[in-house]
Design a protein around this ligand. Structure first.
Ligand code: DX5
Ligand code: ZN
Length: 222
């Protein structure tokens, strides 16, 4: 079975104490922090950018799984490496040439896991542009299970055929789902083949985050 990776999304935390909230969920057993970067253009919401991530890096040694909901991902590769990102997941819809973005991440000053994200309205065929010499370039695919931009939306089970198709094609790759994940929906996502779970509201709105994280993990591993 594939390793489960549970990443709480900081979008749902008490933003006045981001470092404290990061420590709280890492102590509760999270594998990574999911950090949503929104530029007010690719999505109709604005969150934060490299300076905030760089300050958080000084207070946390967690894996920073950065999800870029921005119109120009290529422009953020250098700043995110410099800020201390460990994962760089960009939207295929936003890239002029997604291979250029992957190449830039591979050449960055800091090693980063490369992820490519699909909005709910984007078919898996959009990933066809990411093959070179018979190899699929990214390390991870993120299947959005809500329209990107906001936390607290309802999980879209109609995205599961995409997860299933990807899992058939890539038996061992990390497949992440993001949006509306909770103790009920995690089982649907895991059955479809997802092994990386992002959860904002489910973790941060609970007063027992350790129990939620371990239940999410059980949902993936059973
Ligand atoms: C949505 C973000 C998600 C969001 C998930 O655009 O990419 O990471 O924070 O939040 P929940 O788990 O509350 O749906
Ligand atoms: Zn996200």
């Amino acid at each position: 079975p594939l390793e489960s990776k549970i990443a709480p999304s900081l979008l749902a935390c008490d933003l006045s104490d981001m470092a404290g909230e990061a420590a709280r969920v890492m102590d509760a057993g999270a594998d990574a922090l999911h950090i949503d970067v929104m530029d007010g253009h690719f999505v109709p919401n604005l969150s934060w950018g490299p300076p905030v991530i760089k300050k958080l890096r000084q207070r946390s040694d967690a894996f920073f799984d950065v999800h870029l909901m921005v119109s120009d991902p290529l422009a953020y590769v250098g700043p995110m490496a410099d800020a201390g990102a460990d994962g760089f997941t960009f939207h295929v819809e936003a890239a002029t040439d997604p291979c250029d973005v992957v190449d830039a991440v591979r050449a960055a000053s800091r090693p980063m896991v490369v992820g490519v994200a699909l909005r709910p309205d984007t078919p898996v065929e959009a990933l066809d542009a990411l093959w070179r010499d018979g190899a699929f370039l990214p390390d991870l695919v993120l299947v959005m299970t809500v329209p990107p931009g906001f936390g607290g939306q309802a999980f879209m089970a109609d995205q599961m055929p995409k997860v299933e198709a990807l899992r058939r094609r890539f038996p061992t790759m990390d497949i992440q789902v993001d949006g509306g994940l909770n103790l009920a929906t995690v089982e649907v996502a895991a059955r479809a083949g997802a092994n990386c779970i992002v959860a904002g509201s489910a973790v941060f709105k609970s007063d027992r985050p350790a129990e939620v994280i371990s239940a999410l993990r059980d949902g993936v591993e059973t």
